[in-house]
Every structure is written in structure tokens, then in C-alpha cells.
Design a protein around this ligand. Sequence first.
Ligand code: FAD
Length: 276
Amino acid sequence: MKPIEISFEFFPPKTPEGIEKLRETRKQLALLKPKFVSVTFGAGGSTQQGTLDTVLEMAADGLEAAPHLSCIGSSKDSLRGILNQYRSHGIRHIVALRGDLPSGMGEVGELRYASELVSFIRAEHGDWFWIEVAGYPEYHPQSRSPKHDLENFARKVKAGANSAITQYFFNADAYFRFVDDARKLGVDVPIVPGIMPITNFSQLMRFSEMCGAEVPRWVARRLESFGDDREAIRAFGLDVVTGLCQRLVDAGVPGLHFYTLNASAATKAICERLGV
Ligand code: FAD
């Protein structure tokens, strides 16, 4: 069987302690030989320097590092500046997003959707960048309808994306159905499932509420029942997420993209159990 390709997502740390923690995490996870690592970007450019610094540090360490770039709240000029900067540093892989503006903050900007950002990157840089976009097996929370969201996903890919990474999910059938439906709309790029390790119940519920990912009732109830027993949450979360990943791998997914939250233990444990 072909070895499964994995990738890891990090966020740019804000404090000296956070920077040190991420260095240690990166050292641990680099041993798993990821295909690439990615670094998130705050909408409106709030983490612009942190994303650049983190990406350059990871690239200097020999990792293929892909910055995320979101267009909401930004002008074409500022996006152009960021893209040119990445290019001047030899970065060739990027995750193109719309992003979310913090409520009540700022203007929408010149590009309203990720599809417009993908077109903009292609118009400015041709084939220089390998472009990833986001997909939503349980549909984007603001989408008008599942059909409309799928059509928008297809439009975004056809604007010039090379590959997609999904929002995390715990229901493999949602992912399989999403991929089938996207293929029917002519999407032929790899659609890599995004994987969220479970380590913290309240944080998981908060994130899932925000991004529209469903935590199955049986999983939520079991996690809740562990209260402050972090070891029990960790062990159960490891079982659930490894089971999901195994099912995805058995079905032949093109890779697994882990939302590491800048911590290595849970992601590493899942990969070890999968035999990565
Ligand atoms: P889009 O593809 O533009 O879609 C947004 C919404 O608009 C959807 O409801 C879609 O159906 C609708 N839509 C799209 N096109 C049209 C159209 N032409 N007309 C009408 N409606 C349309 N956020 C960050 O801020 N920083 C990050 O680094 C980051 N990384 C992420 C990485 C991954 C893998 C994923 C899955 C998400 C990430 N996000 C990040 C979150 C993301 O920015 C949000 O989910 C955001 O709300 C949507 O971004 P998008 O690129 O999917 O948007």
C-alpha cells in the first residue's frame, strides 16, 4: 500500500514561550516526514509578520512551508505585496482563503471570496504557486444551501486551485459524500481531509460551533462525562480520531492534514497508531 501523505497546520505564536513551544512541536512532528506544513493567517493581515516569520523559519529547517493567505478585509495592493514577498523568499505553496473578519471590524476588501483570491494569484503569478483551497464536508456555516456551497467550492477549484483541504469533521460519510458530489461537478483535484485531534472538550465544542463542524452526540456526551479527567479525554479522543483516520486511509484518501494547534502529542500518537 502507498504510504499515506501527511501535513500539519500551525498558527503563528504571539509570545516568546509560544515560539519555543512551536519549535519543539515542529521538531517532534518533522520526524514524521510531512509532505508540507502550513501556517495560518489572521484575516485583515493581523498575523502577517508572524505568518511570514514562522513560514521562513520552518522552510529554513528544510520543511516545505505553505503560508495561509486570506483576502477578506485586504486591498489588492496589500495582497500583492504579501504574495511578492513570499515569492521573493522562494515560497511556492499557499493556502488561499476568504477568511473571517472579527464581527463589527473593518471593510470587506477588494476580493470577497476565495475564488477571487485564487484568480488573483493566478493572474499575478501564473503557475508559481501550488494553491490549496478549503472544502466543507458539512458545508460552510454561512452558505445559502449545500448545493450552492458545493457549486462555490467547484468554482474556487476551477479558478486555479491545485488541491483542497477540508474543514475537520468526525463523520466520514459526510466527507465521502462531499468528494462524490464535488467529482460530479467536475472537481478533479485531491481533496485532503482535515483532522482535528481531540484533547480538550470545551475547546472542541467552541471551535466546532464556530466553524460548523458536528461533534456526534455520543462523542460529546462521552467527552463531557470525563469532566476534568484530561487523561480519559485524551485516550478516548485518540481512539475516536484514529478510528476516523483509519477509515479514511482504508478508503484511499490522498492524505491527512492535521490541525495541530501547535501541539505535537495527540497528532503524533494518531500517526503512530496509523503506522505513519
Ligand atoms: P469561500 O470559499 O469564499 O466561501 C465562503 C462562503 O461564501 C461560503 O459560504 C460559500 O458558499 C460562499 N460563496 C463563495 N463564493 C460565492 C459567490 N461567488 N457568491 C455567493 N457566495 C459565495 N481562516 C483564517 O482567517 N485564517 C486561516 O489561516 C484559515 N485557514 C483555514 C484552513 C482550512 C483548511 C480551512 C478549512 C479553513 C481555514 N480558515 C482560515 C477558515 C476560513 O477562512 C473560513 O471558513 C471562512 O469563513 C471561509 O473561507 P473560504 O476560503 O472557505 O471562503
